[in-house]
Design a protein around this ligand. Structure first.
Ligand code: SF4
Length: 226
């Protein structure tokens, strides 16, 4: 059984697979504690609900099977604090690839088909995860963040051909200086850097599924969607 904060059927709003139909399973719990986390409902003491729903791999698989999702995204929170192997095996039994969104700070337990690794300075990723990543997502929360995470990934042996998405931290997504910095970085360096965006937030796509939980961002303005 896995503690699940929310699950919903939507499209992937970020990264290489953006725009594709995807079923999201958001697990409970995260020890990383980023100060601007946009999923604080999974871990912050002010938001933890009295009752946390648990689901078996079989239950989750059966729900996914009713959709046309091209793949399943297991996200969090930090999903790798849980043993994901039974869920991965169940999803593979219905031919749904498993995509993982992780900080990379903990060993991955389970066979996943795609790893989106978003490194966080508050708990560094493991080298084995950095080297296995399919894409990176750097959250640009200040002007030195790209340089900082770039050095971290290189020291940990990242494959230099792996796409590195540069996302404005969402509470600053209208900060023109930050956006200009990302633009200039990409224009100067070229590959593997790419400008990133959280398209699903503009569409409010996740919220169309009533099983999704209201966003609980830290450091943002929830009434404005960030
Ligand atoms: S942003 Fe991700 S890694 Fe950071 S606290 Fe939130 S869920 Fe954890």
């Amino acid at each position: 059984m896995l503690p699940i904060h929310e699950q919903f059927y939507t499209f992937q709003g970020e990264g290489v697979h953006a725009g594709r139909a995807a079923y999201f399973i958001r697990t409970f719990g995260c020890p990383v504690h980023c100060p601007w986390c946009d999923s604080a409902g999974t871990w912050h003491p002010d938001y933890i609900p009295e009752k946390i729903q648990k689901y078996s791999s079989e239950q989750l698989k059966n729900t996914v099977a009713e959709t046309a999702a091209e793949f399943v995204v297991i996200t969090g929170g930090e999903p790798t604090i849980h043993n994901l192997r039974p869920l991965c095996d169940a999803l593979h039994s219905i031919d749904r690839p498993v995509h993982l969104e992780t900080s990379g700070a903990f060993p991955i337990k389970g066979d996943v088909d795609w790893i989106t690794l978003s490194p966080k300075r508050w708990k560094q990723p493991l080298a084995e995860n950095v080297q296995a990543a399919s894409e990176f997502k750097i959250i640009v929360d200040h002007l030195d963040a790209i340089e900082e995470y770039n050095s971290m990934l290189q020291e940990l042996g990242a494959n230099l051909a792996t796409p590195i998405w540069l996302h404005p931290e969402w509470s600053q997504h209208r900060d023109q200086a930050l956006l200009d910095h990302i633009t200039e970085w990409i224009k100067t360096k070229g590959a593997p850097y790419r400008a990133g965006w959280q398209m699903h937030k503009n569409y409010a796509a996740d919220l169309r599924d009533p099983r999704s939980a209201p966003a609980v961002p830290l450091g943002g303005k929830p009434e404005q969607g960030f």
